[in-house]
Design a binder for this molecule. Structure first.
Ligand SMILES: Cc1ncc(COP(=O)(O)O)c(C=O)c1O
Length: 464
């Protein structure tokens, strides 16, 4: 993720995103605004990396954290249970209407993915007739599942993989994303596109050996954060992918680290897709940034297999199930429920998408605006007719991001890259908190549009 590079480098012992410059220092955060050390305010239109879904400084969550610190600040989860972990896990399993039976709480999205990969592997060892040959995972090109070695190996994020490719597992392969803006054929129906993608997955199973695949993993909404910018799946796509998995006895994993916990307008993004995963990861909106937290949700089929097998997942971490993180996340989820924030996310999502389109669709470099709920990606192209991307060297999205942080714009946006081919192709993503108002949405559109125009020039043929 690129950060502002216009700050004066001064001594810092922190390994910042770039050694050449320090990012703006944040000294306060309240509601939707950051306060910088030099006295400016920045509207948090990205929720950080789509994390701060209830805004900053929520008193109810702060109180829950303090109460938990007074009760039990830490104990080692493999040896002890806590009310905080039990209550959060029950909240999560209940929220799936019984589809998911157990929960493993960890510290981040990548940790949740690592746990999912290991659980999928162990599942096949636990079957009454074990299948130890299942060592492969299939994911999608331009996906992002995390930066640890396992989750990066799973990811189809070319730029992030490149330096580490020689040390990434060779058991992960990738198929095409579901991405209509670039890949729906001219005369192709959505049904035919889904069939084409299902055929491709089937061919990949056949290529690597269908009985060697442990799982297929996809983000429910195509990489929201950086490479695709929240591309919704074509209706029936995820169902068709799961059918391929079922045909070959492989598990179906949905990564909802970004898209989950309300961001798309339902608590679980799969609720809108007519599929239920065998394993599901969530993170960002779970704790809303009040504490680092991620979770693996485990279906009955997998739990039953474990309970008839060894009964134990061979995986634990020093901080898994951390009671303060669990108490914070439960309080966040109670705020979301009690304040009707999922409904607001649906309502404001419709408003925001319309306002973004009205303001920006006529811009000669805005190729596509897509998303769902409160995640919207704006794909920027050099040529609208051919969809040719700007070369990565032009740094379009990173410069828009950096300009956005300047006092005259005062907005935090997510810059994405590699959308067109893994290397080139720029994106700006907005993913604000679920409790924004119409005035907030108008402000986001105005500031985001001006930051974009500061790099690409004004909209000449506005639709208004
Ligand atoms: C879909 C998805 N999966 C996994 C991750 C990794 O999460 P984390 O950065 O918390 O490790 C991310 C982070 O952006 C993500 O968007």
């Amino acid at each position: 993720m690129s950060l502002a590079t216009d700050q004066q480098p001064s001594h810092s012992s922190v390994l910042h995103a770039t050694l050449a410059a320090n990012p703006p220092k944040i000294v306060g955060a309240q509601g939707h605004y950051f306060k910088t050390a030099d006295g400016h305010s920045i509207f948090d239109a990205s929720g950080g990396a789509a994390v701060s879904c209830i805004g900053h400084g929520n008193p109810r969550v702060k109180r829950a954290i303090k109460d938990q610190l007074d009760r039990v600040e830490y104990c080692f989860s493999p040896w002890f249970a806590t009310d905080a972990y039990e209550k959060l896990a029950t909240f999560l399993t209940d929220s799936t209407h019984g589809e998911m039976e157990k929960v493993f709480i960890c510290g981040s999205g990548a940790e949740a993915i690592e746990a999912a990969l290991k659980m999928a592997r162990q599942y096949f060892l636990e079957l009454p007739e074990p299948q130890p040959q299942r060592t492969r995972f299939i994911a999608r090109d331009r996906s992002y599942h995390g930066n640890t070695l396992g989750s990066l190996a799973l990811s189809g994020h070319a730029a992030r993989r490149k330096p580490y490719a020689p040390i990434l597992s060779n058991q992960m392969t990738h198929v095409s994303p579901c991405y209509t803006y670039r890949y729906l054929g001219d005369n192709e129906t959505e049904e035919a596109y889904v069939q084409r993608l299902a055929n491709e997955l089937e061919e990949e199973f056949q290529r690597v050996g269908p009985d060697t695949v442990a799982a297929f993993c996809a983000e429910t909404l195509g990489d929201c954060l950086q490479t695709l910018g929240g591309v919704p799946a074509v209706p029936g796509y995820l169902k068709a992918m799961k059918e391929v998995c079922d045909r070959h006895g492989a598990l179906f994993i949905l990564d909802e680290v970004f898209a989950g916990m309300g961001r798309t307008g339902t608590l679980h993004a799969w609720e809108q897709e007519g599929v239920v995963p065998h394993l599901q990861t969530v993170a960002k909106g779970l704790g809303a940034g009040y504490m680092p937290i991620g979770a693996l949700l485990i279906s009955k089929q997998v739990v039953d297999t474990f309970s008839k097998g060894t009964g134990a997942f061979v995986h634990f971490q020093t901080y898994h199930g951390h009671p303060v993180a669990c108490a914070a996340a439960l309080a966040v989820q109670e705020v979301i429920r009690d304040e009707g924030l999922i409904e607001n996310c649906q309502k404001m999502g419709k408003y925001l998408s319309k306002a973004l389109r009205n303001r920006l669709e006529g811009h000669k470099n805005v190729g596509d605006i897509r998303g769902r709920g409160l995640v919207w990606g704006i794909e920027l192209v050099k040529d609208k007719a051919t969809k040719e991307p700007f070369p990565v060297a032009d740094k379009i999205a990173p410069t828009i991001h950096a300009n956005g942080l300047r006092p005259e714009f005062g907005i935090s946006l997510i810059p994405g890259g590699g959308v067109a081919d893994g290397t080139n192709g720029d994106l700006i993503v907005v993913s604000p908190a679920y409790n924004i108002s119409i005035a907030d949405a108008d402000l986001i559109v105005d500031r985001a549009a001006r930051a974009i125009e500061s790099v690409l020039g004004p909209v000449k043929e506005s639709k208004l």
